[in-house]
Write a protein that binds this ligand. Structure first.
Ligand code: ADP
Length: 297
């Protein structure tokens, strides 16, 4: 499986240039699409699932232009949109059963087996007889992913799935996705939450105001930030000065004032200690410095 995105542009009728000449390639595995609100993630996802035609450029799945082979693409696609809502008071299993019928699973017995297999996979088997619209936010999101998975899609696209979930549910959701990524599928996950990009993502694309600013592994992104993250112990007065000059990532109160973490190209004064970056540090560093686009090996 391969998705190739070539010179993709999206300009909305009001002139918003939401995607600026994007070039990307995804093979099997899990990929994260990360960027702040307005970066262009949803626009890219809507184009990928053929809900929207790009202004210019091409998306190819296994060498075929998706605009010319929509039906074929949709038959191998599972999509969980950002604003996925339940319009029904159906029971959880009934909802999936219905989704299965829409996905073309005609044989009732096979469909029921698939419904239970998926409920189990997303950890909702015990909730199978509860009304779908009465489930908790996290459970609804997991039911959403089960709905996207019915019919064995080869490409799974999930748009901002963890927004509004508590940490516990976010982890559960991430685990469901990383289990899926063991199979021969492409999973593309869009998020504005850096923590959603786990080490199970073999690649990540960083978007900012319509531009691709990084494409590579999460590990390499972190490497770029090595030697650029510092810990400082500051008095309140010093903190005010540092805040003006440096990009402060975190601030924790201590006995003398503040323990502050900053990203910076040069070593700050105030007895700065260099610390190992994590992906959040790397994200801030990268977004601030806009290094050149790196293509995955
Ligand atoms: P993200 O999903 O990263 O938040 P979006 O793709 O939703 O980004 O939006 C990218 C840019 O395109 C934003 O500036 C947004 O305001 C604009 N945009 C999105 N949808 C529309 C639309 N239907 N009409 C005009 N502008 C839009």
């Amino acid at each position: 499986m391969k998705i190739e995105i070539q010179n993709l542009n999206q300009v909305y009728p009001n002139g918003n240039h939401a995607l600026k000449n994007i070039n990307l390639e995804f093979g099997t595995g899990m990929f994260g699409l990360l960027g702040p609100n307005g970066a262009g993630k949803s626009s890219l996802m809507r184009i990928l699932v053929t809900l929207m035609k790009p202004t210019s450029g091409l998306v190819m799945v296994n060498g075929k232009d998706i605009q010319k082979h929509r039906k074929e693409l949709r038959s191998i696609l599972g999509y969980l949109p950002q604003d996925f809502r339940f319009f029904t008071a159906l029971k959880t299993w009934e909802f999936l059963d219905y989704a299965g019928s829409l996905a073309g699973l005609k044989n009732r017995k096979e469909r029921m087996a698939e419904v239970d297999r998926l409920l189990d996979q997303v950890g909702l088997l015990e909730a199978r007889d509860r009304r779908a619209n009465k489930l908790s936010g996290g459970m609804k999101r997991r039911l959403g992913i089960a709905q996207a998975l019915i019919g064995n899609p080869k490409i799974i696209i999930v748009d901002e799935p963890t927004t509004g979930l508590d940490p516990d549910e976010r982890i559960k959701f991430r685990n469901v996705l990383s289990q899926l990524s063991q199979h021969d599928v492409i999973i593309i996950l869009s998020t504005h939450i850096v923590g959603d990009i786990s080490s199970t993502c073999q690649g990540m694309a960083l978007l900012d105001r319509g531009e691709l600013v990084y494409y590579g592994s999460p590990e390499n992104l972190v490497k770029h930030a090595e030697g650029h993250v510092f810990k400082l112990n500051l008095t309140p007065y010093e903190y005010e000065k540092v805040k003006e000059i440096y990009n402060v990532i975190s601030t924790i109160p201590n006995e003398t004032g503040w323990e502050v973490q900053v990203v910076s190209d040069d070593v700050p004064d105030y007895n700065a200690i260099s610390i190992d970056p994590d992906i959040e540090h790397a994200y801030v560093y990268y977004m601030e410095h806009k290094l050149h686009t790196t293509l995955i090996d």
